[in-house]
Design a binder for this molecule. Structure first.
Ligand code: FEO
Ligand code: CA
Ligand code: CA
Ligand code: CA
Length: 592
């Protein structure tokens, strides 16, 4: 229609409609390029991708599988930036011809280890367009995998709970696993959430293993056959060394990345920092599980400005000292929330909240738990203090304009089922398929505050469904959306939301929505992704949008021989998770 290019500044594009095209669909007037695919070489000496001759050695120098979180950091080289990507997990059926899930080979397992982790790769922008291409063999390029060295730091490092037969110090870990979303710090490092680490460990039978959902028998990938540390019966503490927030210094390719124990251990979706007025970092973090919690960490140390070696060294200690909190939310509506998503009679899903302290350094605030136990078994600490059970907290992002914090609660189809918690004002729908976005305002706009106000900004779904809410904006003017997962702000203060769930007969996609002004709540779809894919890692710059197309073709029963998607290279080629840049054909800024 004629008015479709209307919108808040930054959102003036013709929305992409719901669709099931096996490609990345972008608005009229926009172009795209694949920045980098799984398997493209990034390190010196790494070979070109060869689907028929994959090796662990090759993969260790190539871009990993299933790109999720993306960060772009500045670089003092003309037209270049540093791209950091998470590689959350592997889809062996789509990677290997004739894959036998019951009997993976050692080479396949080692390729999967090398395809997990993180990539650092410098990218170059084309002068006249928004196109991005990798600079292979740049000296900053780096791969971290499931076998690279990481160090545990902070108050739980060296704890008996973190010691294994291979590491009696409890400080040295091999690998990072299941890095989902993350964050970029104001001091130029990146944070990476280790999310569903439970799936890699076999025979997890203790009470804490159970709370973290470890596999009780053999794992799907059978890694325990090739390295006993993945067998909890033999190495009960190895899984304790995963489920942390990793901090990486992408500017120092020789640095050992850190797992920051002060930020607690759970299924870390993401970790998004901001600074208090006096310069202390505060990190918001969700635990992505049905009925799990939302957390924040407040550092006791101030960031030092400037790029001196001493300032950088100091800033790399900021996330080791401080207080870990969990959120408890209370609704203010005078009536019970009935679970249908119908607005309460005070017109809004809203209320107040408190941050309950769990531990500060070596001091526990949770009765019956030591500080080390609070950090290693943070979920149990949240259980003890009565934190609010949320609908799967995914990514979180504070608005750089208003300070309000946006939390994606992706869905919770178990809400209200027999024996499970029912709806509350922050999680107002039973059998919640579509999710919601919560807007949190810290008291006095102080990120270190111990209290906050909150309201639901979006209750997702088909706008024709009376149980949806778009910040009060007229629903006939918004795009349908389901399962919000990653969130990011553009330079104009609009919130961008990528989805993972595709519950409305369309593929997943990326949406922009105004958060302030008359158009607050006006949601517009910017792109959709290929069949079976989730949209991840959105970065919205002036001239381009970058997304990670994760797990394209991941449909039950799909294999290399019987693919569900042929993106990005067409029939006869492997489907490959890839990073995509989208920009305007006329070279102007996005959405203006
Ligand atoms: Fe890996 Fe919570 O999505
Ligand atoms: Ca209310
Ligand atoms: Ca996610
Ligand atoms: Ca997700």
């Amino acid at each position: 229609g004629g008015g479709t290019r209307d919108g808040a500044r930054g959102l003036r594009f013709t929305p992409v409609g719901p669709n099931t095209a096996d490609k990345v669909t972008v608005p009229e007037g926009y172009a795209q390029n694949v920045v980098i695919r799984w398997g493209e070489p990034i390190l010196r000496g790494a070979p070109a991708f060869d689907a028929d001759r994959q090796t662990a050695g090759a993969q260790a120098g190539q871009f990993g599988y299933n790109n999720d979180f993306l960060s772009l950091l500045p670089l003092r080289e003309h037209g270049r930036q540093v791209l950091v990507a998470n590689h959350e997990y592997t889809d062996e059926q789509l990677m290997f011809k004739g894959y036998d899930a019951a009997n993976p080979t050692r080479e396949q397992v080692e390729i999967a280890w090398a395809a997990h982790g993180l990539s650092v790769v410098v990218v170059q922008e084309e002068r006249r367009s928004g196109k991005l291409t990798p600079v292979t063999r740049h000296w900053l390029n780096r791969r971290l995998t499931a076998t690279s060295e990481f160090r545990l730091t902070g108050p739980a490092a060296g704890s008996a709970l973190l010691k294994t037969s291979a590491d009696p110090t409890g400080t040295k870990v091999l690998g990072t696993l299941n890095n989902c979303a993350g964050g970029t710090t104001p001091w130029g490092t990146t944070l990476h959430g280790e999310e569903n680490f439970n799936q890699y460990f076999a025979n997890g039978t203790s009470a804490t293993d159970k709370r973290y959902g470890l596999t009780t028998g053999a794992t799907e990938r059978k890694w325990e056959r090739f390295d006993k540390r993945f067998d909890a019966a033999q190495e009960p503490n190895e899984s304790h060394r995963f489920g942390w927030v990793v901090e990486l210094d992408p500017y120092d390719p020789d640095s050992t990345p850190r797992k920051r124990t002060a930020l607690g251990r759970f299924k870390h979706e993401a970790a998004q920092p901001r600074l208090t007025r006096d310069g202390r970092p505060v990190v918001y973090m969700g635990d992505d599980e049905r009925f799990d919690y939302f957390y924040k960490f407040v550092s006791s140390k101030r960031m030092r400005k400037g790029g001196s070696r001493a300032a950088r060294a100091h800033n790399l200690t900021l996330l080791d000292e401080g207080t870990l909190y969990v959120a408890k939310l209370t609704g203010d509506s005078p009536q019970d929330i009935d679970g249908t998503g119908k607005l309460p009679n005070d017109g809004e899903f809203d209320g107040s909240g408190v941050w309950i302290p769990l531990a500060t350094g070596d001091v526990s605030h949770v009765p019956g738990m030591t500080a080390e136990e609070v950090y290693v078994f943070t979920r149990l600490a949240g259980d003890k203090v009565g934190a609010t059970k949320m609908d799967r907290p995914e990514d979180v992002e504070p608005s750089p304009r208003t300070g309000r914090v946006y939390v994606a609660l992706t869905n919770n189809t178990d809400r209200g089922k027999a024996g499970k918690p029912g709806a509350d004002e922050a999680n107002p729908r039973n059998l919640n398929k579509h999710g919601q976005i919560l807007e949190l305002a810290e008291h006095w706009d102080d990120p270190s505050s111990d209290g906050f106000a909150w309201r639901l900004f979006l209750v997702a779904g088909d706008p024709e469904d009376p149980a949806t809410y778009f910040a009060g904006y007229p629903k006939e003017k918004v795009s349908p959306i389901s399962c919000p997962d990653n969130v990011a702000f553009d330079p104009h203060g609009n919130l961008w939301i990528s989805t993972d769930g595709a519950q409305l007969g369309s593929h997943d996609g990326l949406f922009g929505v105004a958060t302030t002004g008359e158009r607050r709540g006006e949601l517009k779809q910017f792109l959709t992704v290929p069949k079976g894919a989730e949209t991840c890692g959105p970065i919205i710059q002036d001239r381009r949008v970058i997304v990670a197309v994760q797990h394209p073709g991941e449909i039950d029963g799909a294999t290399v021989e019987k693919p569900a998607s042929v993106w990005p290279d067409g029939p006869g080629r492997l489907v490959r998770p890839s990073v995509v840049a989208v920009y305007r054909k006329d070279g102007r800024d996005i959405g203006v």
